[in-house]
Design a protein around this ligand. Sequence first.
Ligand code: GCB
Length: 602
Amino acid sequence: MARRSAVAWAAFGPLLWGCALGLQGGMLYPQESRSRERKELDGLWSFRADFSDNRRRGFEEQWYRRPLRESGPTLDMPVPSSFNDISQDWRLRHFVGWVWYEREVILPERWTQDLHTRVVLRIGSAHSYAIVWVNGVDTLEHEGGYLPFEADISNLVQVGPLPSRLRITIAINNTLTPTTLPPGTIQYMNDTSKYPKGYFVQNTYFDFFNYAGLQRSVLLYTTPTTYIDDITVTTGVEQDSGLVNYQISVKGSNLFELEARLLDAENKVVANGTGTQGQLKVPGASLWWPYLMHERPAYLYSLEVRLTAQTSLGPVSDFYSLPVGIRTVAVTESQFLINGKPFYFHGVNKHEDADIRGKGFDWPLLVKDFNLLRWLGANAFRTSHYPYAEEVLQMCDRHGIVVIDECPGVGLALPMVIAHTKALDPSRPVTFVSNSNYAADKGAPYVDVICLNSYYSWYHDYGHLELIQLQLATQFENWYKKYQKPIIQSEYGAETIAGFHQDPPLMFTEEYQKSLLEQYHLGLDQKRRKYVVGELIWNFADFMTEQSLTRVLGNKKGIFTRQRQPKSAAFLLRERYWKIANETRYPHSVAKSQCLENSPFT
Ligand code: GCB
């Protein structure tokens, strides 16, 4: 919420693949290749919420030891999806505690017989604490709801006679405490004249509904037993040559050879190397540009890695292909530069939220959202307030969208997180989203770019649209004078109920949202060519929150509804974004490119 000190950490820049610099080992996105197979486990799972008073019946009765249906009734639960809005049982919508998921799988015979094969179970995300059993064996625990985790289960499936079925049981706890990300508290209500014994509520300190469950895909995949474990890539530009620095880690054997080939978009090899690390030089390289900025945006090479190894079981090969965009990102006192050219963020803040699926990953929704981003002329978005599915980042790479990738620490204000983020990946600028006082802000001294949220004429001086320009100018001038760093207006907006109209504008109507945006835009235009390097509307679409007196079926600051239909402000923003794109594209002489069709781009 704007009136709290809502802060979040984010690292940003285009191209997020292979960015785990400084980490030991990695977790490559599961990919099919000549040496690797995938088996998706999306679809219907069996499900039960543990409604017992202490929420621990499942552990006391060891529900993981037998098929879930044998320990009580189960529901059908689609994966991926949040469990909250699926059933008609209101208790499930607000459930806090352990829920149980189960799925049986038949494995291809080769996976269970071939000792050259490594079988991995990978869970795209489980919000927010998960324990995983395979055939009743405790296999994996994971904390944190927005990142993938996995376990090598070969020794569980390659034992003796063929196991006819693999039973995967996952217990997930969505309780938020002061030590979870995001944090929350559990409050016991002890007044027995008002609340039954043991009654508690989950308090959260952020403005989105705590959807939970298996919200991203679950899958099994294979690699050879000696395999490519991780590939780290950084890129640079030297005169007209592109540089691709790679580092590859291998697990399973020390006796191996590695070949790395860089292929262009036409599959032509443009550079190659051997060994675990090296630099590939591409004369006359095509650079990765954000779309709208250049006539040939989002150019991706493929780094094809081939591993050959000698193992005690004989020779083994592994293949992995990583998309690579060659680009540079830099920040000066007043500019954000991509490939040496000033980049202006004209984009949106998003949530992964929609309809009954909650935060469940959904391809139709993702493609629709990307179509809307292009319709709007948005060149960037922030993954507020947590990391999104890897498939989303891959889409951004392919479509030329710049991402501010947010960590799930919404509400935290610890400057040392920046040092940690930079240690993991020194190649990208880092920011900290703040709405506090410029003089007292704890994050600003450490960031590369300052991100400011302000809600003038909404949470402050509400109704007084005439004050926005003055207050915005004061905000920008104060922050810039103190820190001399480029600034992004990372949030601004107004609650708007689609279909509410009033002219002259009143709060909550489409006219008010439009007028508020217009006033902000006048203020932004005053500083846009100086040191303000971006603007991100709050929010792309309406989204669900906890119930409160200030939220009517969720947060309604979207320029699209939750069903992705435009409010009037969407058309206003579209005009503006395409106008800015027209002014800032490079080189200025480029012809209209295909992604600009049917747009007001001239
Ligand atoms: C903010 C928060 C965001 C809220 C928004 C609002 O500053 O970052 O999560 O939804 O304000 O609408 O109050």
